[in-house]
Structures are given as structure tokens and as C-alpha cells.
Write a new protein. Sequence first.
Lengths: 138, 671
Amino acid sequence: MNNLIKFCFALFALCVSTAASAQVNIEINTPGVVALKQSMQQRHTELAAFYASGAVGITSDGMVALRDANAVPLAARQKVNGLVAAENQDRKALYAEIARANAHPEWEGDIRSTFAQRWIQRAQAGWWVQSGGTWSRK
Amino acid sequence: MLNKIIIYTTFRLPSCRLSGLLSFCLFFLPVPLYAVQITLNVADVTASSFTARGIKVVLAQKGSAEFSIDKLHMADNTWHKVHVHCAEFILSSDRVTCHKGKLDAIPDMPFTFSYEFAAQRLDLRFSAKANELWQVSADFRAQPWRATVQLRNAQVKRLADWLPPDGPLPTQGTLIGTLVVSGDKAGVRQINADVHLAGIAAADASGLHAAEKLTGKLHVDATHTSQKWNWRGALDWQSGELFWQPLYLRGGHTLQASGQWDGAQLNVTQAVANLPEVGKVELNALWDVKKSNLLEARVVGKNLSLANAFSDYAKPFMVKDAVTAAEPKGRADVDWQYRNGATQALHVKLHDVAIVDSKKRFALHGINADIPWHAQQQSEAHMAFADGELMGLPLGATQWQIQMRGKSFILPTATLPLLDGKLEVSDFHLQSVNEVWEWDFASKLTSISMQKLSAALHWPEMHGSLSGSIPKVSYQHKLLKVDGTLLFKVFDGEVLANNLKLFDPFGLAPRLSGNLDMQGLDLDLLTRTFSFGNIQGRIDLGVHNLELVSWHPVRFDAKLGSSPGKYRKRISQKAVENISSLGGAGGGAALQRSFLRIFKSFGYDSIGLSCALRNNICTMAGTEDRGNAFTIVKGGGIPAITVMGYNRKVDWSELITRLKRVLQDNKAVIK
């Protein structure tokens, strides 16, 4: 629950700060954005443990990746794969939806880049983040 | 007195016989061995798949010996600075022995070595704690020569240095068993292995290929004839887990297989695998080991349990979509043929199969099918199901004939019984273009009772019937598109939908756009259905520039107005109250409260209301606009009533909340 609250705060802070910096209304709350955020928030309760263990890291392109499957019990590796794939699907859809809701679908790449920086900045201590192709622990 | 003799030499050996080398050197020694320290330097020793460079042997006075090799290459592995210590080294004319030997690389495993020159018998024993033993006994004089490897609690992690570093490397577990190798001067001719694996764990660096607690038995017999190995093996995997991206499997599998191996390709000519809770499959395969490439394969299984076969062996390879959300049950026969990097044929027979979507979007029961698909040839699939469900609507029994050619599937006609009517689908065409699936079809819906439809969908009870035609529906690159105009008949009027587009229909945020035009809807049927308060008359409703995201409206231009023509126009007191309450606190200002108490219904001339939705704000207008006020119901006849609206901009969410309140509670009170 605590992680969920942190995640919500991070997402909110991310939207506010990014909106200010890129002059894009990333706070925009279309039903699509709401649905995607809800889906990501629900998944975050499952992903948080894998971020903490280092099994999953935050990539420099605004996605997440399975960086060390050995940190996950064998029986859970399929599940982590599924969570990472679903999370990336939602993230990609979120960037596209925010760009579309701003009436500028061509901004998707910029929005994704901005989100990528902020996700990494706001990652909790101990999480693994990617920079320049290499992983480091915050 | 200590005599020190140093000999430098280089040898090229046809086979690796270090004992012969030492004998050769010592034959010329002029002094007794116990009295001297001999240092022997050998530049290199080479043999097939064996190279040792910078060999140094020091035979000390007390009977010990030190062997060091700068670089040792054996079986595709290289070691540097290899050092062997023999506490008791004895070299005589008939044998060489090393007792209490120790290899620097494995200091916890002392060894004993002996080799008899005349009998050509070799014995090498490595032993360690926990009763661990690796023993090699070889008789090179026998014809054929024979070597036996005995393993007892042998820790598999010791094999890690011998295995390719980029593959899974063993970290835990033991081996118990025997490996017998025999051959002639040309090399190894026969291998027999009988090994019990206990608690084996292995993983590659990424963790995407790993095993834990593997326990089982492995038996292999292999014979070398005519440049090939003929082999036969049996694996009984009793317990443990295996993750081989993306598969996750548990013990309970058995495999009996036989085939050939020519040094480049592994040919599995015949194999039977028993898959737990699935069934037995027969398979053959040709694998290019050097290129790590499957060249050919065929898998045949009969009467397989679909539930586990799909979840364990098929679903992990699929991209998460509507298909992977389906849960099949029942039995199936499968014949899969693979060649040249692609599936060449797949013949599937389904026996009383049920497919249920975990999200309850669709379900089919009692499926029997014969699907003889071929990559190059044309064929026809037969499929039938007993009943089903689509978005909550019950489907009746159906039979289909599907024409197949490669990645093109055509269903010329299909009838899908739907409630008391039917959906007739024509020219359904599914095909893969550049590895992207797309499909299209036309269809016609014959009359369905609205009463049954609304009950099935858990809607308020509606009357009338629903019918229509769909000229062409296509799906391409996540976009579902309706070409032409979609026509439905409902509430005794017509609904025309055009430019309908649904993007990402199976995603989290599907986006629908299009225009709707409803003409001549019977208000009596409509208001009765939704318990809005009775209104008699007919209306036209246009919803243009409609855009729904996640099935929530984000934009539209809607306009509702009385239909042209002559018909009875009455509005009940309750309907007036409800329209007023939709307008919020100021909405009913024009109403005469005392007047309402006398009459139960009123005449009207026209009804009109429009809403332009932008940014969650609905900007309203009526039949007539007077400044900020607008007329929603214009009075006419006796007694007449006029309903005015004064609030042009309404929050859409608030409006929906009010509408829900009205529909739930018809006792709306006008204050």
C-alpha cells in the first residue's frame, strides 16, 4: 500500500513537472489516460518487489526491462516476463494517448523521453536504472 | 650430495602419453633417482584436441613431484598456470603412480593416479568430502580399449569449466552412475552412460535458462559407425523445475529417443515424450548444433489434453492478446511439421473442446473441428460448435467450412444463430500481410427481439426488434473500420452509423469515432424503456464527430429534435419533472408548479436539445434560443407546457450523474 501511494505520488509529480518543462499538458485526464494509469497502478503493487530486488529495472527509453531473472524464483520468471511486457504495453499506450489528447500525436517521442528521465529521477533508492546502456543502482 | 639435472626438449606426440615422455627422459639418467632433484622442462606437448605448453616437472629428493603447465588446452577449454603436486610420486620401469596428488584448481579433491606401462592400465581417482568420487579406470591394451568413469555423489558444479561459458552452468547437485567408453586406434567407438541426477541446479548469466532441483535418470548408448554416431537414450525427469525462456516446466516428463550425430547435426529420428497432464507425443527433429538452428521437426500427438498443452507449451510463445486470454479445455490431435525456418503443415483435430475467454468476452462450447492447414497447399477446415456466447449474447449451434491457403483463411458464408435471430456473415477473410494479421467481412443481422436482447445484456427491458446490415467491417493495424453505413432498426425508427472506426479494440483504451443518425424513434417506446416518464411523439437524434475513449465520450456534437410529420405529441408530468431536474437547480424555473398538479400530461409543439461536448463540458442549446435561456420543450395544444433551460454549460460528468439519478428514481421532486 505504501508503495502504491509512492507510485501515485511519483506519477502525479511526474505529470506536473513534465507538463511544466515541456509545455505539454501531461496532466490531461482523458478516459484513456485514466484507464492506463489505473492499470499501471494496479500492476505496480506486483512490480515493486521486483524493482527492489533488481530483477526489473527502469530503462533509459521510458520502459522497464527484466535485467536479472536470477533474482526471481524460477516459478515466478514467466510472471515477471508477463508483467514487464504488460507494463511496457501500457507505457507505450500512455505516451501515445497523452500525445493524442494534446492533439499532437507527433509529440509521442518527446513525451516518452521526458517520462523516461523523470521515471529514473524518481526511482526509489536501491532500484536499478539504465543510463547510456549500462545499469546502475540508485 | 644433490645432483641437479635439467633437460630441455620439445615433443610432438600422436597421442597424449606423458608417462612415455618421462620414461624416455629418465632412461638416460646416470644417477639413482632418490639422490637427485630432476627438473624437466618441455616446451610443448601436442596431440589432437590437446596442447600443453611450458611444462615443467620437478622430481624432488623425498619422492614428491611437482608438475606445472603454463598453458593447457583440452576439449575446447584452456587453463593457465596449471599446477599438480604429488606427495608420493613413484616411477618404475613398469608403472608410474601418484599418491596424495593435488591439483591447484581443485584443492579439495585429492587424487590418486597410476599407470602400468606394460598392461597399459590407467587408474585415476578423485575423491572429496561427502563420499564424493570421480574414478576413471582404463585398459588401453584391450581390443577395443575401454575406459570406465564411476561417479559417486559427483558434484556437477565441477563440470562448469568444461562447458560453454555462455550457456547454463551447473551450480548444485550431484551425479551417481557409470560412463563406459571404448574404442580403437581411430578413437572412441562406443559410449554407454547410466547416470542418476540429484538436485541439479544450473543457470546462465541472464537467468533466462535455468533449472533447480532437477532429479532424474539418464541413459545413453552411442555407437560410432561410418563417420556417424548412432545413439539411443532415455530420460526420466522425475522432479524439479526448468525455465527455458519462455517455457516453465516441472518434473514428470519422460523421453525415449534415438538418432544420429555427425559432428555437425543432431538427428532425432524417433522420440516419444510423455508430457505430464497433456499426453504422449512422438517427434523427430534435425538440429544444426553449430548454428544452433532447428532445420526440421515433426511432432505428432493424439488425444492430448488441451488445457495444459495450451497453457504450458503454446501460450508462453504468444503475444498477450485476446487469444492468450482464452482458456481451452478438451482433447486434440496435433500433427506439426516444421522445415526451412517455418511451419509447413499443422493438422489439428478438436474433440469436444470448449474455449472460454477469461474476461468473459466470448465462449464456445462443444467444438469439433478438423483443420488440415498447409503452408503451400489449399485445404478446407471443418468446424462446428454446439453453443457459445459473444459479449453476453448466447450463440446457437453452428457449422463452418473454412478455405485455407497459407496464411489466408476464407469463410464464404456463415450463419451464427443469435437469440431468436441470426447473424449472417459473408466473405470473412483473415490473412497475414507482412506478419500482421488483418481481417474483413460483411454481415446481416436478421430480426432479433429487443426484449430478449435487452434481457441478455442486462439492459432495461426494451420493445421492438433489432435488425440491420453491415456492409464491410475490416481490421488492420489495430484499427477496426466499418465501411459504408451501418443500418439498424430499433424503437420503430432507423439508426444509421457511418465512418465508424474503433482503434485498439482489444487494448485498455479503445478509441471509437464516427457519426450516428437516428430517425423517427418512437418516444413512447424509448421513454417507457428507460422509465423516464412517458413522452409520445417521434424524434430524430444526430450524434456527429463522436469520439469515445475507453467507451467514455470525450467529444461529440449531438442534436435531438422532433421528427417532421404529423403524430400525437404528449409529454407526461413525470417527464417534464425529469427534464427539469436534468437542468439542475435553475432548470425548472419556467414551470408552473400549481399547473402541473392538475394535469398528468401536456401537449407540445416540438422538443429540441443539443449538446456540444468538449473538455468534459456540454454546451447546450434548444429549439429556440433567447439569450442565455433556451427552449427544450416548446408548448403547443391544450394544456401546453414549455420547458426552458438556463444553464448552457454543464459539466458532462454532472449531467450523467443527474441522468442516472433520474433513471433510478422516477419520483423526482420539483422544488
